[in-house]
Ligand binder design. Sequence first.
Ligand SMILES: Nc1ncnc2c1ncn2[C@@H]1O[C@H](COP(=O)(O)OP(=O)(O)OP(=O)(O)O)[C@@H](O)[C@H]1O
Ligand SMILES: [Mg+2]
Length: 409
Amino acid sequence: MTRGDQHFYQQIVDNAKHAVGVPWVQLTAFDAKSGTIKQLAVSRFSVPRIRRAAGTFRRLANGRRILDVVATIDANATLRALYSDGQTIDMPLSMVAQGTVPRAASRLAEVVGLRQTLGIPLRVNGEIVGALNFHSPRPYSAQQRTIAEAFCRQVELTIENRELTRRLDENVRLLTAVQRRLISAEDSVKRELAEELHGRVQTRLLLAWRRLQRLADTMAEGTLQHQLRAILDELDSIREEDVRGLSHRLMPPILSTGVYSALSFLAALYAPEMAVSVSLEPDVVERPDIHEPILPEDLRLTLYRVAEEALANAYHHGEARNAAVRLVVRPDKVGVCVVDDGLGFHPGEVQDNLGLTLMRARVEQFSGTLTIHSQVGTGTIVRATIVPQGALREYLHRAFQERGATSRG
Ligand SMILES: Nc1ncnc2c1ncn2[C@@H]1O[C@H](COP(=O)(O)OP(=O)(O)OP(=O)(O)O)[C@@H](O)[C@H]1O
Ligand SMILES: [Mg+2]
């Protein structure tokens, strides 16, 4: 039982005691398999006489506490009627306790004047999960019974709600974990591909190119050599632009540069089909350290990937001619906004595919928000906003102070 559970159960019994007006209330759980009853909480003792009696019990029972002795008990026939059949019981405490707790314990109850027990089963989702047991010196009035019954129905609802909230929290936790895995899988696949292209594939192309060039050098000048040199040029452009370019697109040089530089690199790839401008808010004067990253790597990658996907969507789905990427990098606010002049869409009517899902998940990893404003015919605005908290916020404040007022991410 967690501390949160303990507090929750304690509140139930303390409130029940006051609502019904009895000296003592117990909340119990029933384990049908073993036929045992476990005490979850008991209302607090306020009467000094009860405290004294508890001291007497401890002496009688070799130092054991009354609550430990009755912590888990085997159910007798009466208690089975309560927990298994769901019957409310209203009878002398001595009958309820018969054969279940040591005689010293039931004697003690009598000494402190607890004679009559009202036990009401608690049902959650149609199953009996336990009971609230009210103990009183005298028989219960009809009004007390009605209040006790009503109180128990409320407790059932509270337990049910708590269970639902717990399940919801668990689902949110699982979903977040899945999203996190999805993001890191996407990143690691891209990183692997980038490394492979940048390293092995590029090197092999380079070696083949050199061999062909040596061959061309040995050839007599003429059409054949001319053709070979043209192929060499094409091969070089494949290596330089396609392979190297692709590897950079997969894993941007964002690890060594700031987001601003990486986004400028990304924007240039769309020319001339889509004009993409990149700007920084608030604007900054050029500084020698402008290309040094200020944000932590995971945050840089998040901003980059959001802009990358938003631009891809603008180009691919929106058929946009112009797009603007605006970057905000301040200690108290980090974000990226991509505006396009494309066809637009109804965000509520399309299904989020991997693109939008991952964008959102990446931003939510930093407790940020992703909003999409779009209408058919008016273009699209995708905005990711992160308000740095805790350690990240402190880190950014320090970093900004060290570097003067501004940086480009
Ligand atoms: N800028 C945009 N302009 C027009 N439509 C868009 C834009 N951005 C998103 N959409 C619409 O939203 C849908 C979902 O986008 P999302 O990026 O999640 O998936 P996708 O691009 O279709 O596939 P992928 O998972 O490969 O990214 C798109 O299919 C498109 O209909
Ligand atoms: Mg997409």
